[in-house]
Design a protein around this ligand. Structure first.
Ligand SMILES: Cc1cc2nc3c(=O)[nH]c(=O)nc-3n(C[C@H](O)[C@H](O)[C@H](O)COP(=O)(O)OP(=O)(O)OC[C@H]3O[C@@H](n4cnc5c(N)ncnc54)[C@H](O)[C@@H]3O)c2cc1C
Length: 456
């Protein structure tokens, strides 16, 4: 079928306003805000419901056209830019909040619901409940975030956001609509088990196993009191013991670290932001006292932050983009990597060397997940999009940081196409064989986001 016939078929499924192959519409879908080179998309489509998604997938199978699911398109690592062309499926019209269950504490939503939309809905209608939210712009979708093992202010206590999925509705690559989790046997989307748990197959697989149309996300009670205790540390070697001591205390809700050369006053220190919670102000005061003692014992200093700074950081989510760009031209991308805690001191020092090698001021940070079971390393590189040399430097720095993470026993997170090759090179051969077998079984025509996690 030629391009004109295919666009006509797509328009028949979703209506003329929601499918396009026009250059001016495709421009934005062939790139993202990060450092990846643009790659062309052939069509964009915005379905409104699961039946439309199913019909698009059936057509794509028949015509052997790649399909790339997209939420907010904000991962920065090029994950929604087609590797082999095809139809970008923009999920934003599927934006219904279907149910908030206050007893089993979950939100059942469509895949296009944004993090900002869910947060404001809960704040207005269910002020005692809070969702897991990343520090990403509010137009990021909840699905896009949980499907990449995202993280946010509840991760220190409850783990990454992928672990907070209770159930999924998925359109499989063959067009079957499949329910996973308790919703496979019940009207309640409250749990992943106890039946064989296949949900993990759809997390961090970047849309190669199917298209999520609905999901159930765990919600959590909002604490009565929350505060942030700032600290400063000189030597990264002291970090592991400090973090072990802090997270032994169960009142820590979120713990963030930042080490950066700009603005100048931050240079030479690692800044620690520990969020504590309590039922009363007295409890918060007690926790603060204990935390200051722990900081002192581990060579960190308590920092009395100015009110303005305190206010900015008390906002949840924090508006992270404000801290990200120090360059003319306004671009940045970061390597995130899940790391073992003991490797963090070395990672900080070596990542700073990579930044300096490419003339980019070091901007390094971390967030703890489930106590210290995992710590994310963030290494952010800013660039001027209009300067090709700057872009090349950023790409090289990102690649070297992915290599560093792997060398230190970590795993690059939401890793872009080139980084996926590095991970695959290091992966256990039988893990790769399993991945290939599952992919080929579910998607024999290879239509779902081809190129990603491709095992040769
Ligand atoms: C300033 C800034 C701060 C950030 N801070 C954080 C942070 O604190 N924590 C964090 O976790 N992330 C953060 N991010 C990264 C990213 O923006 C978020 O993780 C975001 O939630 C991703 O959601 P999205 O809707 O943009 O996903 P997209 O980029 O649209 O998609 C992500 C992946 O999921 C796939 N996908 C999307 N929807 C579906 C679907 N329905 N079915 C199947 N596959 C699908 C896509 O193909 C892609 O592979 C930040 C980004 C920026 C720019």
């Amino acid at each position: 079928m030629n391009q004109e016939k295919i666009i006509t078929k797509l328009e028949e499924i979703v209506g003329k306003d929601f499918a396009s192959n026009k250059e001016e519409d495709l421009y934005i879908y062939s790139q993202d805000p990060g450092a990846s080179e643009p790659r062309p998309a052939n069509y964009v489509i915005m379905p409104e419901n699961v039946e439309e998604v199913q019909k698009i997938v059936q057509l794509a199978n028949k015509e052997q056209i790649p399909v790339i699911p997209m939420g907010g398109g904000l991962t920065l690592s090029g994950l929604i830019i087609p590797v082999k062309g095809g139809i970008v499926m923009d999920m934003k019209r599927m934006n219904k909040i279907i149910e908030i269950n206050e007893f089993s504490r979950y939100a059942l939503i469509e895949a296009g619901v944004t993090t900002g939309q869910l947060l404001s809905h809960l704040n207005k209608q269910y002020p005692n409940l809070q969702p897991p939210i990343p520090d990403a712009p509010p137009s990021a979708t909840v699905a896009g975030n949980v499907l990449i093992h995202g993280s946010g202010y509840l991760s220190q206590r409850h783990g990454d956001h992928g672990a907070m999925i209770n159930g999924l509705e998925v359109v499989l690559p063959n067009g079957d609509i499949c329910k996973l989790g308790s919703c496979a046997t019940s009207d309640y989307w409250f749990s992943r088990g106890p039946i064989p748990d296949f949900i993990g197959m759809f997390i961090s697989s970047f849309g190669i196993m199917g298209i999520i149309t609905k999901l159930s996300l765990k919600l959590y009670p909002k604490p009565k009191f929350r505060d942030i205790i700032f600290g400063m540390l000189k030597d990264p070697k002291d970090l592991p013991n400090l973090l072990l001591s802090v997270t032994k205390q169960r009142f820590t809700e979120d713990l963030l670290l930042g080490m950066q050369d700009k603005p100048d006053w931050m240079k030479g220190y690692i800044f620690i932001m520990t969020y504590i919670t309590g039922d009363t102000q007295e409890e918060i005061d007690q926790h603060t006292k204990l935390l200051k003692k722990i900081y002192r014992k581990n060579n960190a200093r308590f920092m009395n932050a100015p009110d303005k700074m305190h206010k900015i950081y008390m906002e949840k989510p924090i508006f992270a983009a404000g801290a990200a760009d120090y360059r003319k031209g306004g671009g940045f991308e970061y390597v995130g990597a899940f790391m073992p805690l003991e490797k963090i001191p070395e990672a900080y020092l070596k990542a700073a060397e990579i930044s300096k090698k490419y003339g980019i001021p070091p901007t390094i940070g971390s967030r703890l997940m489930s106590g210290t079971h995992t710590i994310i390393l963030f290494v952010s590189y800013s660039f001027n999009r209009a300067n090709p040399k700057d872009m090349e430097n950023a790409r090289n720095a990102l690649h070297e940081t992915n290599e560093l993470a792997l060398e230190l026993g970590g795993i690059p997170w939401k890793v872009e196409f080139a980084g996926q090759q590095l991970v695959l090179e290091k992966m256990d051969p039988n893990y790769k064989k399993l991945l290939k077998t599952l992919k080929n079984t579910l998607d024999p025509n290879g239509i779902m986001n081809p190129g990603n996690w491709e095992v040769k």
